[in-house]
Design a protein around this ligand. Structure first.
Ligand SMILES: Cc1cc2nc3c(=O)[nH]c(=O)nc-3n(C[C@H](O)[C@H](O)[C@H](O)COP(=O)(O)OP(=O)(O)OC[C@H]3O[C@@H](n4cnc5c(N)ncnc54)[C@H](O)[C@@H]3O)c2cc1C
Length: 413
């Protein structure tokens, strides 16, 4: 009788379930060991409960600097079209909203359920409430074999896929970074980790104290006067800092700079759609409006009242001042501030509020199938790796890509 390869997958999240399906499709006997009582908990929270599972506009450039080089090859092997084919093969109908791909059901739980259904069809076994603690390579005479020690048992395996995620996500996700020490115990290197796709904290006392402001803006991220990232989108400013998609996109790199004691400042432009000439025309028109007016009256029609208050506080001026006493050049100076509101950043929000972990197991330690170079037979996938992408389906794309490639390689004899 032909030997069946035994594959153990540590972690039943997005990458682990995908790996389980790929390995089982290759004919392997697959067991997923999950430390909680359910698989896909984090997956079911993604995309505000809708699961933005990939993005039609996907390039290796959308990933962290240290991963870009390798991502080109990974995405060539398992990119957006293979991801869509994979989900279509499971019967998931998807919809593309300006490039952002969601299940048409609008429910992330549909994605979890169809993955679980396919696992069931392929007779994948599941062990719940069991935490993987140690992997011991114990193959004899050059063969590959492992003992997987958990909180409940010792399992035998021919191949092991580590899909334990990182540190990001609400407490209920139980993201405790177990995979890092297991990989390190097998000789793999871990790059320093940071919370990414999260909000930025500021001690600035002029920030709006009430419920905050949401506005479209361009945000430039700077060290001194040097801009290292620029993003456009809806920014949210509250009493504790700034958030919103454009802020989240740069938060990983901001975290890295702050950890190196490089002071980061953001510059927000609330009039990104006006070039210099258009802005000047608008300012001239505002200044030539008829009637006795006060500074507050002028700003009322110019921008959001909370932003107006913030600008006046910074300029140490009162909205009750008569315009004629302010003078044209000072008025211009005030209005110009709306194109360059500077906020010093003191930190990034913690892992509980982050969507993904920056850093992790170095891609230099794994091959193109995500297999450990030092310990053949062990695969490392998903958020556990030093890969993080932009917000918008990029991180799940990595989970599907790494999970499937590893599952296929681990499962085939
Ligand atoms: C709120 C939120 C929204 C998001 N939205 C999106 C989105 O719309 N699009 C997108 O692309 N990305 C999104 N992400 C990111 C995405 O969820 C992750 O990139 C993805 O879930 C990573 O998959 P993973 O399989 O590597 O890890 P996880 O999904 O975290 O799965 C890891 C699994 O391993 C288990 N585990 C951990 N340690 C052990 C152990 N020792 N033994 C056994 N099991 C263990 C965990 O319990 C968990 O089930 C979002 C993240 C969050 C927090």
């Amino acid at each position: 009788m032909a030997k069946v390869r035994k594959v153990i997958i540590a972690g039943g999240g997005a990458s682990g379930l995908c790996a389980a399906i790929a390995a089982a499709r290759e004919g392997a006997s697959v067991t997923v060991i999950e430390k909680t009582d359910i698989c896909g908990r984090k997956l079911s929270m993604t995309g505000n409960g809708r699961c933005n599972l990939t993005n039609m506009d996907m390039s290796y450039e959308d990933f962290n600097e240290s991963a870009k080089g390798r991502m080109k090859k990974f995405l060539n092997r398992f990119g957006v079209s293979r991801t869509m084919d994979f989900f279509e093969s499971l019967g998931l109908i998807m919809t593309d909203e300006a490039g952002y791909v969601y299940p048409i059901s609008g429910q992330a739980t549909s994605v979890v359920n169809i993955l679980m259904k396919e696992c069931e069809r392929l007779q994948v076994s599941f062990c719940y409430n069991e935490q993987v603690k140690k992997i011991t390579p114990d193959g004899k005479d050059g063969s590959i074999h492992f003992t997987v020690k958990t909180t409940k048992a010792e399992h035998e395996a021919d191949r092991v896929i580590l899909a334990m995620g990182g540190l990001a996500g609400p407490k209920t996700c139980m993201a405790t970074g177990d995979g890092y020490y297991i990989c390190e115990s097998l000789g793999m290197k871990k790059k320093e980790t940071f919370p990414a796709l999260t909000a930025l904290i500021s001690e600035d006392e002029t920030l709006p104290k009430n419920k905050g402001v949401r506005m479209m803006a361009t945000v430039s991220f700077m060290i001194g006067e040097g801009v290292f990232a620029t993003e456009y989108g809806e920014v949210q400013i509250t009493g504790t800092g700034i958030s919103g998609i454009p802020v989240m996109q740069a938060s990983g790199i901001v975290a890295e700079h702050l950890a190196k004691n490089r002071p980061v400042t953001v510059s927000i432009n609330f009039f990104p759609e006006h070039d210099d000439a258009e802005f000047e025309k608008m300012v001239t028109r505002m200044l030539s409006l008829p009637g006795e007016r006060r500074l507050g009256d002028l700003l009322e029609g110019f921008c959001n009242s909370e932003i107006n208050e913030m600008v006046l506080k910074r300029m140490k001026m009162s909205g009750s001042m008569k315009l004629k006493n302010v003078g044209d050049s000072m008025l211009r100076c005030i209005l110009e501030k709306y194109r360059d509101i500077r906020i010093d950043i003191s930190g990034v929000s913690d892992y509980k509020k982050a969507q993904v972990t920056r850093g992790g197991i170095s891609l230099g330690d794994i091959d193109d199938d995500c297999q450990s170079i030092n310990v053949p037979g062990v695969f490392v996938v998903g958020e556990l790796c030093d890969v993080d992408g932009r917000c918008g389906g990029y991180n799940l794309q990595w989970a599907w890509c790494s999970g499937y490639l590893a599952g296929e390689a681990a499962g085939c004899l």
